[in-house]
Design a protein around this ligand. Structure first.
Ligand code: DX5
Ligand code: ZN
Length: 221
């Protein structure tokens, strides 16, 4: 089954836990946590304290997407704050494999992500080392942008590579996903779907999550 990873970046932060409470009693297993440092991307989101505070109140798998420079400096602190997977950007560090190994040494999942303009070939050798590859289908930094259609070709190419090499790496997609376009990213080969504004930006958060799972049921992997 495809999994949904709603991005809390689109929550009303003055009611963060209230928004998360509206996701309860659905099939949801994970949430997506976007950390931005204002340097790697032109936006600043939140850090350890926010993650720790929601960790204590939510059992979800914390899918943590670091859009920060030199992430190796902070891996332990994100793990301590409650991350279950830490995904780093290929472009954010000199030696992505060192960071991936550090994440794995702490007993949590590791992911690799790349900007829409970064060549896919750069990350292929890393796929055997990670639990997930996060395909950015918008320029990282902000929620609510439009899906870049050429991301579908990237997903197809990754699906092909992962299947041919028999790798366990999941394909996750992030940016511009809505109930109206999610079926085509699943058909292209995605296992995990990030969606921010189309879930937490909507009045009926729970109803939106249920809509996604209805679509997943019709598009089995
Ligand atoms: C963008 C973030 C995304 C974002 C997705 O840099 O990585 O996770 O929150 O938001 P939507 O679904 O609104 O494009
Ligand atoms: Zn993200």
């Amino acid at each position: 089954m495809v999994e949904l990873s709603p991005s809390i970046l689109s929550c009303d932060f003055s009611k963060l836990q209230e928004n998360l409470d509206q996701t309860k009693n659905t099939q949801l297993k994970m949430i997506h946590i976007d950390v931005m440092d204002g340097v790697f991307v032109p936006n600043i989101s939140f850090g350890f304290k926010v993650i720790k505070d929601i960790r204590d109140k939510n059992d979800y798998f914390f899918d943590t997407h670091l859009m920060i420079v030199d992430p190796i400096r902070y891996i332990e602190r994100f793990k301590e704050a409650g991350a279950d997977r830490i995904t780093i950007h290929y472009e954010s560090c000199e030696n992505p494999l060192d960071v991936i190994n550090k994440i794995k040494s702490l007993g949590i999942e590791a992911g690799i992500s790349l900007r829409p303009k970064t060549e896919l070939s750069k990350i292929l050798p890393l796929l055997k080392e990670v639990d997930a590859v996060l395909v950015m289908s918008v320029e990282p930094g902000f929620g609510g942008q439009s899906f870049i259609e050429s991301s579908l070709d990237r997903v197809r190419e990754l699906r092909d590579y992962i299947d041919k090499n028999n790798l366990a790496c999941k394909i996750e997609i992030d940016g511009g996903i809505k109930t109206t376009n999610v079926d085509k990213v699943i058909k292209a080969g995605c296992d995990e779907i990030v969606s921010g504004s189309d879930i937490f930006g909507k009045e009926d958060i729970k109803g939106q999550i249920e809509k996604y799972y209805e679509i997943f049921k019709k598009n089995p992997l």
